[in-house]
Design a protein around this ligand. Structure first.
Ligand SMILES: [Zn+2]
Length: 335
């Protein structure tokens, strides 16, 4: 399925993956700090190259939390430091710079013990070059906000949910569409969308994509229905939600027209390299471009049973699977 417009933006992708792989302890303080910075950037009162932990920023973080009905915390300033630390091989969200103007490479163990110590040790934080460009435009800031909300919505705890409700303009609609998707499973299955996706507004497409993705990934517990792979890092989930009858063929948003698939098997499914038979067993294409190594795909998937969703009523509908086999997977081998 298509991801949000913002996520496909190549300059933001490394940044959002760094954000999504952040540990989920004290879930809301990092997003609260980033949302506060975005608000101050909107007002034009701070510079993304030199973000200081001044009173105005601390007050804005408090305001973000207050509006979400989250009690003010004595440690809400800590992400200012932790967003500047290196974990494993990945780069920090931003770089902390000392009073002499030297960028610092920091690890969690360097954490200062108080807001005063943080101010004494670090002059400012500086976002990466790519991100600075995005943060200077309203469109870029909207895209970054969207990424923060998508980070929060993965298995949201109660505080994350409160931040989404208070600050994400799409959240109520995403939540409502998820309820619609769940209610739909007890109705007759209609394989095709009533209105083609292209006729919908960008906001509606965005809301529906988010809701469909969340429902499908939850139903498959973030696991590929074809190979069983499940990779998660912080809030980052490798698996994607695919439409069995693709959106471009007007496939309906219905969990019974969905499968959670790892990126490789999603790609191969859309590329008509595999499908399933009427018993939900995987069929791999016999012939394809000679540059492809279908033997490996066949070894991993052929004759495997699709893994079922958590709720039996959400299992792929036979009509959707039949359509995929007969109309999409044109090079079907004999079963
Ligand atoms: Zn897979």
């Amino acid at each position: 399925m298509q991801r949000s417009d913002t996520e496909s933006s190549t300059s933001l992708r490394p940044w959002i993956e760094a954000l999504q792989s952040e540990p989920r302890s004290n879930t809301v303080y990092k997003p609260a700090l980033l949302l506060a910075i975005l608000n101050l950037l909107d007002e034009g009162v701070i510079d993304p190259e030199q973000v200081r932990l001044d009173d105005r920023l601390v007050e804005e973080v408090d305001e973000i939390l207050r509006r979400a009905s989250i009690e003010r915390s004595a440690i809400a300033w800590q992400p200012f430091f932790h967003l500047g630390t290196t974990k494993g091989t990945r780069d920090p969200i931003w770089t902390l710079v000392d009073k002499a103007g030297q960028p610092l490479r920091l690890v969690s163990a360097d954490a200062p013990s108080s807001i005063k110590a943080t101010r004494d040790n670090f002059a400012y934080a500086s976002f990466s070059r790519d991100l600075i460009g995005a943060l200077r435009t309203e469109r870029g800031r909207t895209a970054v906000r969207q990424l923060i909300f998508e980070w929060l919505e993965q298995r949201p705890d109660p505080d994350a949910r409160r931040v989404l409700e208070a600050h994400d303009p799409d959240w109520t609609d995403v939540d409502r569409y998820r309820r619609d998707l769940r209610a739909r499973s007890s109705q007759d299955f209609s394989p095709f969308a009533v209105r083609p996706r292209i006729e919908l507004s960008a906001k509606t497409r965005r809301v529906r994509s988010r809701a469909f993705r969340l429902e499908v990934l939850e139903q498959y517990d973030d696991r590929c229905a074809a190979c069983g792979l499940r990779l998660r890092l912080g809030a980052m989930v490798e698996a994607e939600a695919s439409h069995i009858i693709p959106v471009m063929a007007d496939g309906v948003d219905d969990v019974r027209n969905g499968l959670a698939l790892c990126r490789t098997h999603h790609w191969a499914f859309d590329a008509k390299l595999w499908t399933v038979n009427s018993e939900s067993r995987i069929l791999v294409a016999r012939d394809a471009d000679e540059r492809s190594d279908l033997a490996a795909l066949r070894r991993d998937l052929a004759d495997q049973q699709l893994r079922p969703p958590v709720t039996p009523a959400f299992a792929p509908h036979p009509d959707a699977l039949d359509w995929h086999r007969k109309h999409w997977f044109v090079d079907a081998p004999a079963a």
